[in-house]
Write a new protein. Sequence first.
Length: 199
Amino acid sequence: MKILAVADLHGQEKSYFKLSSLVKKNKPDLIISAGDHTWFGEDEKKMLKKLDFGIPVLLLPGNHEIPAATQKAAKGMKHIVWLHKGAYEVSDVLVLGCGEGGFGVGNYDFEKSKAFFVTSMKKHEGKTILVTHEPPFDTKADEIMPGSHVGSKSLRNFIKETQPDIHICGHIHESAGAMSKLGKTLVINAGPKGKIIEV
């Protein structure tokens, strides 16, 4: 299965145009948007329509979106799948997601979702992908400058304990596109240019 992961589009027309080109070129089976598809929620319905390429789009809110407003904007869009605090399974791949968070304020929704994620992973026998908006602490995905890390320590501990196959995130623009390993988990800051992932 081919996945196009993206984050932090921030309503930029040029980023959505590049995303469209990536979809046409690579023909992914699934798109995962790890949040901040808008600039503080501006023109959200319009931005979500730009994410609809006729294939499932798993969507999280970032720190620029309000979950209830994003859900409302996505209402009636048959290809948009709400992943926040939930799960999506296709073939032998389980995708778990929790949005929001960032800048060290903690993520209450993620803390509440941990038990559900662990239970879901234990029941699943195939590949697992964890999607959050914020990156885990002390990886290439959370560097605002070399050696300066601002990611989530709680998320880092969770990944180390559960070891999903892939973790997709965004939020830190300075490290967009960065990839690194946290134990066996491949951590990817998808960024607005997107990443094609073969699973």
